[in-house]
Design a protein around this ligand. Sequence first.
Ligand code: FAD
Ligand code: NAP
Length: 305
Amino acid sequence: MYDTLIIGSGPAGMTAALYASRSNLKVGLLERGIYGGQMNNTADIENYPGYELISGPELAEKMYEPLEKFGVEHLFGQVVEVQVEGSVKKVITEDDTFEAKTVILAMGAQHRPLGAPGEAEFNSRGVSYCAVCDGAFFRNQDLLVVGGGDSAVEEAIFLTQFANSVTIVHRRDELRAQKIIQDRAFANEKITFLWDSVVEEIKGDERKVQSVNIRNLKTGEVTEHAFGGVFIYVGLDPMSEAVANLGITDEHGWVVTNELMETNQPGIFAIGDLRQKQLRQITTAVGDGATAAQQAYHYITELEG
Ligand code: FAD
Ligand code: NAP
């Protein structure tokens, strides 16, 4: 029986594990893949206090290092369901069932597909959701980036180090990305913009992507553009399927909490990108993790008198 079982080892889950273990709780940190979460897909992080510039995998490593020292148990598995049986929570993976007094949900979010024709067909054959993972395969090519948020614009800038040119297609005439990121993109000679436009179809041959049909939303005109690769950054979906049975999510699947990270299920907390919240960042994920661990400690102390 764990005092606290944390599902997901992104920055939110690792911080919760640090704080809970330092409170002397018996902590399990359950992850289906590699620790670090979305940080593993980020080349440069410039807005984590204390570091002017650090790569995502390096920051993940630094967050992971101290956990062993405080006795956090690392568990591996894909959680498929969480059940509540009185004060005991059962966390069920494909191979195991774990029991805990409290559960901290930190499963984060993952890229949302665009839903355009050709997207699934050319996935990994020119269509990518991760510039850090795939960018180097697209040297000297003309690339399309879809979206207008931080991810799209930042990753477009990252891709210019490999690509011949990068075009950002955005459905409005104004970016959503932070101003400093926008300014860098506007100043980059390799980047051009297609405003008020959406991807109509991704096309190619039996090998890979060759072109993209783009529709201008103002004129309705569809034009075909030659591109060797398409990077899609149109937002995130919550990884909350495993807790869909608990009645703790909103209509879009984000987990609803109060400011103490409590869900409406006593002893179940949610943190980081998985939560219904305004700002999805490493800093906010880390703050959530610290708060939830402290609340888990209080919950257990009250439960056990
Ligand atoms: P995640 O990082 O998503 O981690 C969730 C973890 O849970 C993952 O490891 C996943 O494998 C695991 N998991 C999910 N489901 C299950 C399951 N069923 N069973 C077991 N494990 C599961 N933020 C910044 O502050 N600065 C930046 O520069 C920055 N750049 C970014 C660049 C990109 C391209 C992207 C996509 C995001 C960026 N972000 C940045 C946002 C930041 O990465 C996220 O806000 C942060 O990682 C969220 O942390 P998290 O721990 O909540 O979730
Ligand atoms: P996001 O902020 O939700 O932006 C998604 C973008 O895609 C928006 O510009 C949106 O257009 C567009 N879009 C959505 N659906 C679309 C569709 N069907 N067709 C065409 N365009 C579509 O997502 P994100 O950029 O991935 O960022 C996710 C989170 O991570 C954010 O909280 C962000 O701040 C954070 N992040 C931070 C950093 C950083 O701090 N450096 C870097 C990356 C990510 P509209 O603008 O019209 O809605």
